[in-house]
Design a protein around this ligand. Structure first.
Ligand code: NAD
Ligand code: ZN
Ligand code: ZN
Length: 393
């Protein structure tokens, strides 16, 4: 089959790789019909590159049609339309039963000290082949795939794999009080969807910061107050002016490691290109790189006693956090990979009955799998109006 594979920093290609096969009697094989490119994929071709191996199949936002099922699978059958969550979770362990599917105890990567395995996502998370491919092997066929109705185009359901539950969790973790103010940092697909969900859940005062014009325009069109800068002092000033000097009740960081604004960030990015992988792997795990620009904005922009909800992905261990300031401001901090299945029952009704979140025209680009390298480059460089790309294998 054809698949998007990792070849190095800023380098993905489309290769012919072996078709996946059933390995356990609970596996299913899904023929992928749509597959998103995510901001997390950009980390893999930048700072997380030391944890990737040439030939790894990328992608963790797929949906499609079940083609084969193992002998113990009863929940889905060939021909069923399914979305595949990005976390690989068993659905039956203690963590899964607590709604913490990203910490699934069956797929936890204990030897690496990391949580549940993820499709298409580094050695730290199981090095499981991803879904930017014609076919995908999906374990836990009775509990993992999300069955979705026929009828509407893929665009309606595909974001259940990641964007929707990630943004939903970010808004829940932010816990904006009634009548309160929410600030969203970053208007990529995740931040954009956070603003939509916040409005839908009745949060009136939603502010968002970014510098990419078409991303700002999308958010403004749906009633978000946009702050057209990512400079910390300017964002903090804008939010203070809007809140009697107090700061936002809640801040969502939907940026993560790819933040611009940190003087060391581009240096670290260049370093990953020249330092041998074995060394960079250690640096990323035990030291980290200074890429906390957005998080530092969040810490300054949130009001005393407010909440920061972190959905952007961070790595490293010794990037300095201003702990004294965080303690003094009594900041509450919640974070983590989204627990996809935890939120599916809340979100699915919003996809079946009308389109209140505007998923039908959320994608800016829908391209054949073969055009993935160009699509990655445009998304990475935010060129050609690229906000959300769906690959159509
Ligand atoms: N927690 C999860 O389960 C989960 C799931 C999916 C994605 N993510 C992470 O969420 C983050 C966003 O994903 P995306 O697909 O929207 O990515 P993206 O790269 O398209 O969007 C990031 C946006 O942040 C903006 N930005 C950069 N620096 C900024 C700053 N200092 N302040 C404000 N905005 C800034 C960029 O201009 C860009 O528009 C990534 O880190 C991704 O890895 C997490
Ligand atoms: Zn994703
Ligand atoms: Zn589990």
């Amino acid at each position: 089959m054809r698949a998007v594979t990792w070849h190095g920093r800023a380098d993905v290609q489309v290769d012919t790789v072996p078709d996946p096969t059933l390995q356990e009697d609970t596996d299913v094989i899904v023929e992928v019909t749509s597959s998103g490119i995510c901001g997390s994929d950009l980390h893999l071709i930048e700072v997380m590159a030391p944890f990737m191996t040439k030939g790894d199949v990328m992608g963790h936002e797929p949906m499609g049609v079940v083609r084969e099922v193992g002998s113990a699978v009863t929940a889905v059958k060939p021909g069923d339309r399914v979305v595949v969550p990005f976390n690989i979770s068993c659905g039956s362990c203690w963590m899964c039963s607590q709604g913490l599917q990203s910490q699934c105890e069956t797929t936890q990567n204990r030897e690496k000290g990391f949580g549940a395995s993820l499709f298409g996502y580094t050695k730290l998370y199981g090095q499981v082949p991803g879904g930017q491919a014609e076919y995908l092997r999906v374990p836990f066929g009775n509990t993992l795939p999300i069955k979705v109705p026929e009828g509407a185009p893929d665009d309606r359901f595909v974001y259940l794999s990641d964007v929707l539950p990630t943004a939903w969790q970010a808004v829940q973790y932010a816990a904006t009080p009634p009548g309160g103010t929410l600030l969203v940092l970053g208007l990529g697909p995740i931040g954009d969807m956070c603003t939509r969900i916040a409005h839908h859940l009745g949060i009136d005062d939603v502010y968002a910061s970014d510098v990419v014009p078409e991303r700002l325009a999308r958010a403004a069109a749906r009633g978000t107050h946009v702050i057209r800068t990512t400079k910390k002092d300017d964002v903090v000033r804008a939010i203070q002016e809007a809140t009697a000097g107090r700061g936002a009740d809640a801040v969502i960081d939907a940026v993560g490691m790819e933040a611009h604004g940190s003087p060391l960030a581009s240096m670290a990015q260049k370093a990953t290109a020249v330092v041998p992988d074995a060394i960079m792997e250690r640096v990323m795990q035990v030291a980290g790189v200074d890429r906390l620009a957005a998080l530092n904005t969040a810490i300054d922009a949130v009001r005393r006693g407010g909440t920061i909800s972190l959905s952007g992905v961070y790595g490293g261990a010794t990037d300095p956090l201003p702990l004294m300031r965080m303690f003094d401001k009594q900041i509450q901090l919640r974070m983590g990979q989204a627990n996809v299945w935890r939120w599916v029952p809340d979100i699915l009704p919003l996809l079946v009955d009308g389109d209140p979140l505007g998923v039908d025209d959320f994608a800016t680009h829908r391209v054949p799998l073969e055009q993935a390298p160009q699509a990655y480059a445009d998304f990475r460089e935010k060129k050609d109006g690229s906000v959300k790309v769906l690959l159509r294998p």
